[in-house]
Design a protein around this ligand. Sequence first.
Ligand code: GMT
Length: 379
Amino acid sequence: MNIGIVCYPTYGGSGVVATELGIGLAKQGHKVHFITYSQPTRLDFFNENLFYHEVDIRSYPLFKYPPYELALASKMVDVAKYEQLDLLHVHYAIPHASAAVMAKQILKGEGIEMPVITTLHGTDITLVGKDPSYEPVVTFSINQSDGVTSVSEDLKKDTYKHFNITRDIKVIPNFIDLEKFKKEHKDHFKTAICPNGEKLIVHTSNFRKVKRVDDVVRVFHQIQDTVPARLLLVGDGPERGHIENVCRELGIIEDVRFLGKLEAVQEVLSVADLFIMPSEKESFGLAALEAMACEVPLISSNAGGIPELNINGVTGFNSKIGDIADMTKNALHILSDDNLATFKANALKQAKEFDIVKILPIYEQFYEEVAQEVLTAAQ
Ligand code: GMT
């Protein structure tokens, strides 16, 4: 197929999923056209089936806010027509779904039927989307899409709860490339960070409030009362400065390293003993899946779709949001010499359920079904 993919190209789960999906589809022989405002982060190599179309945003003194959605819709029309797309797949509802619905209408006026699939990723529903400033447009564009997917059962449930949705939502979970995310032998790295055999705890996120990085640091602080440990914080974002202050106040700054936005996060995960994801909201938790693929067990909150990934008592533990005492107790259980190897093995086993090799064909079949339905309805 000839597929147009629209996503946020920067760091972030939805952009990563969209880009890895496009790369996977290209390897299967599909032609994939990314339509975004800058080159997706992981799209930094040549493949004969991958194309990139940059959205051109023209500003004008009259515009206080340049109308990105209009420029995006125009670009979608252009690419759909001239590259003869079979389908547009947009990731993250705002503003991609509404721009796609507009592009679809424009193309229809020119006699071109363009199937539109929208994938809901999380905050486009649970945080931003349900805000009254966006809700009517989000509802409209979900209902006007020809196919809708969500990355977990929980996100699907939330979507039906918060919006007046009149169509089916298919759950297609996040996935992982196990060739890329696997435990590597980086023992020298572990020795450098944990010279006395300390346990290594890792958290990766975009450091937004919703990630509750405070809780990571507080759990780590309490773990240290019993087990010598080090904490690596990967990523960056608005809460970073505040978290540094919390580490200073708790007197643990010497045991915490801020690594910033790392491209090869699997190298760090390869030497980790535990991953902490205490999020307030989390539709799926791709960062946790990446950790599990590198054989790292999980301490998490029970928010959103996390329990669909982290099986309580098997791959790690889920606690109530903000229950630092419970998270600490569970972390110590996992880190004990008797249990760690089993939890690590279970984490990898569960990650294999989300192997891209299993999930990609589900997308391909969904594309075929939706495209066929649109063509049949138009005849
Ligand atoms: O977690 C974020 O803040 C980034 C966000 C995004 O849209 O890029 O991630 C969301 O989509 C990911 C991919 O589907 C999911 O794995 C994350 O759980 C989800 N984040 C939230 O729901 C907070």
